[in-house]
Ligand binder design. Structure first.
Ligand code: ING
Length: 312
């Protein structure tokens, strides 16, 4: 019997720095309702989808920076999303900037949560691969100060039993690293959800700019195929206060095939009926880790190549 999970990739167009959280949430709610009308059980929103992607700008004062963060979730601005999830019976992935007080210390993370069809938070992830730079680089056309504004995520890459399957989460730059998918693949993940803010122009490597969409799709298609899982990647797209970001939101099957895609750089919903049992034909054959992965040999290769081996 197939376990069909109908998923909505809810791509957002730009969120200006002058746009309020209430205005952004109203747009998210419209897509949540549209997804429900099309039979979705789960909607995936982008990374940092309550505000502009503020790491693209330099903020000197901590209070100006903290204004971009959520100190609790749900909160007044996002409560309507949780209420709608419960009323409509539809869950969602939401990316946001998290300010958490842990052991009396204020900690800042680039976070995503998984909310089920009863409006309950059933999973949390904090971004591990933080791209960009720590210092303000005024000569750059825009900043990426994630290394300055966020701590590296401290929750690992967990997977969650929800929506009838095994669901994992990642955020933006995580999708470019094979370890992201493999750590979840080793836990049997059947669907990885992720949001992203990806400028077309990457200042450190302008020679890659023309391949922005190709590298976006390549990263997620490879991760899906090599771990026999679905990957749903959702953009905050378009010209966000002068910084053009790619759309190209995708739903990728365990075969690596793209089964749904957004074609604009605006608020747009792409929908796919995902059979969570499809991954088995890859996990049990080509990518049967127990049968084919030679982890003992990897260590020899690493030792002989002098690669840095982390302490046991
Ligand atoms: N953004 C970008 C991303 O990984 C980037 C940073 C852009 C890296 C282009 C490499 C090339 O998609 C975030 N927020 O991680």
């Amino acid at each position: 019997m197939s376990r069909i999970l109908t998923v909505g990739a809810a791509q957002m167009g730009p969120i200006s720095r002058t746009e309020s959280r209430a205005q952004a949430v109203a747009r998210l709610l419209a897509m949540l309702r549209q997804a429900k009308a099309h039979g979705c059980q789960l909607v995936v929103f982008p990374e940092c989808t309550l505000t502009a992607f503020f790491p693209h700008w330099y903020y000197e004062r901590q209070e100006d920076l903290d204004a971009w963060f959520e100190t609790e979730m749900p909160n007044a601005a996002t409560r309507p999303l949780f209420d709608a999830a419960r009323e409509l019976g539809i869950g969602f992935y939401l990316g946001y900037a998290e300010l958490a007080v842990e052991d009396g210390v204020r900690r800042h993370f680039n976070t995503s949560i998984l909310v089920d069809q009863q409006g309950r938070i059933v999973g949390k992830y904090r971004k591990i691969h933080l791209p960009g730079h720590r210092e303000h680089l005024p000569e750059r056309p825009y900043q990426n100060l994630e290394k300055r504004y966020f701590e590296v995520g401290n929750l690992g890459f967990p997977v969650f039993r929800a929506f009838g399957g095994i669901i994992g989460m990642a955020i933006c730059n995580d999708r470019r690293w094979p370890e992201t998918y493999r750590v979840m693949g080793l836990q049997g993940v059947e669907m990885v959800l992720l949001g992203y803010n990806t400028p077309v122009h990457n200042p450190p490597s302008p020679e890659h700019d023309h391949l922005a969409h190709f590298h976006n799709a390549l990263s997620m298609q490879a991760g899906a195929y090599q771990n026999g899982c679905w990957v749903v990647g959702v953009a905050k797209a378009g010209d966000e206060d002068g910084i053009r970001q790619i759309g190209n939101s995708l739903v990728v099957a365990p075969s690596g095939e793209i089964v749904a895609a957004c074609t604009t750089e605006a608020d747009e919903l792409a929908i796919a009926r995902c059979d969570l049992d499809l991954g088995a034909s890859y996990k049990n054959t080509t990518f049967n880790f127990a049968l084919h992965r030679r982890t003992e040999a990897y260590r020899l290769i690493v030792e002989r190549t002098g690669a840095v081996v982390p302490p046991a």
